[in-house]
Design a protein around this ligand. Sequence first.
Ligand code: ADP
Length: 498
Amino acid sequence: MKYILALDQGTTSSRSIIYDEFLQPVASAQREFTQHFPQPGWVEHDASEIWDSIVSTAREAVAKAGIKPQDIAAAGITNQRETVVVWDRATGEPVHPAIVWQDRRTGDFMDALRGEGKEALIQERTGLLLDPYFSASKIHWILGEIPNGHTRALVGELAVGTIDSWLIYKLSGGKTHVTDVSNASRTMLMNIRLGCWDAELLALFGIPEAVLPKIVSSSGRLAEIDASFLGHSVPICSAIGDQQSALFGQLCTRPGMVKCTYGTGCFLLVFTGAEAIASSNRLLTTVAWRIGDGRMEYALEGSVFMGGASIQWLRDGLGIIRSAPEVNELAARVPDSGGVVLVPAFTGLGAPYWDSAARGALLGMTRGTTAAHIARATLDGIAFQVADLVAAMEKDSAKKITTLRVDGGACASDLLMQTQADILGVEVECPSNIESTALGAAMLAGLGAGIWPDIDALSAIRNTERRFEAQTAPRDRKAKLKTWKRAVKRARKWETNL
Ligand code: ADP
């Protein structure tokens, strides 16, 4: 039996999972690490703590699986995207805390670029919208902050990377400084059509190319894990950003196939194949992956900030449930929300609105409204936001979406999935293994190591466990969406102090 080690480096925890060659999980280990919030809007991680959490969980998973490290045919990495690490090449130590994707400190810098009229150029080259979320402004900030940052970067003393790049550097014992195309496409420094760093963008952000990793494929022989870590060297055969990995894990490998991950937020991606579709509806165009020597393939992406987090608010903010799964029992007590609409714009609205001044709104309440109606409206609110993303994708790609593949913690809710099918009028498919993110990295690593000859061989392994058919008449669906739109209008631009 051959095994694959998937390293899943997320925003709040690191996990290592060992899969067998039938993609069945054999053992896993997980470790949370510290979130640092030094100022309002700032979010940092200690890159050394992340590294420790990856090595220790990998060792633990191998021990639990009871296998020898030489039985691991390949390792694959999937990771939180956009977060940046800057380290000293001589010592291999970070020179500054990692700045996390959620960090807003470079908002003014991005506003200044907008003021200079750079938005169209950036969107055209990178597929991204002007926002501090992406890596470039964070790298600019760190190089400006540390003593002689720009000079040290220019002469090659410093190295920069997203989390995939940092982990590969450390795992290879400092030998390999690379990043995969999917992670590179989130830096705002790569030309997504050419797959190389863009000189004009590097100049705009004041980042010398010498500091950046080499861009490589998402699947193939990328590096070797040094024998000192697991007792035997293991080839690293994949690296891919978490959302793209989930897209692959769901085997959305034909153009038009869509997945939605329902975690804290919701991430919807449609695979568009060799075509990088420029969005007219404020979605992101992003690299899905490049496999071996193949061509780059693309996706359109949209996200919702408050997905499962809206359910957490019912638990922690309102206190009407004690645990997230209880929402289903409470919401099922009523046949519908009784006219109540929750717009979960607690932290603003993401695509396609991008309205940071929007705030949460609970509308349509009467004397008959109960906690059950509010719970039901919360599930509806998650599904309506995803429906807005689907509508934007259909406009951009000029294709009707017919099936939605789902994963993530909140897709455990049958009621939410049925609501989603009803609101969209499409079939919703949930696989038996909802850990699509780690699975995608394992599949790509196995392909890179030659365990499977091609993607078709993987299709035989994936299976759908639960299916939800739309049960609402199109007229009712339209009426519901119209009410939702009216509610969104009231929630928008609410905060006037921004
Ligand atoms: P993340 O990876 O973003 O931390 P997960 O994929 O672990 O998120 O999903 C966690 C989310 O799923 C939580 O926000 C929680 O509210 C929701 N959730 C977990 N179990 C259920 C359930 N049975 N029904 C509805 N929502 C759930």
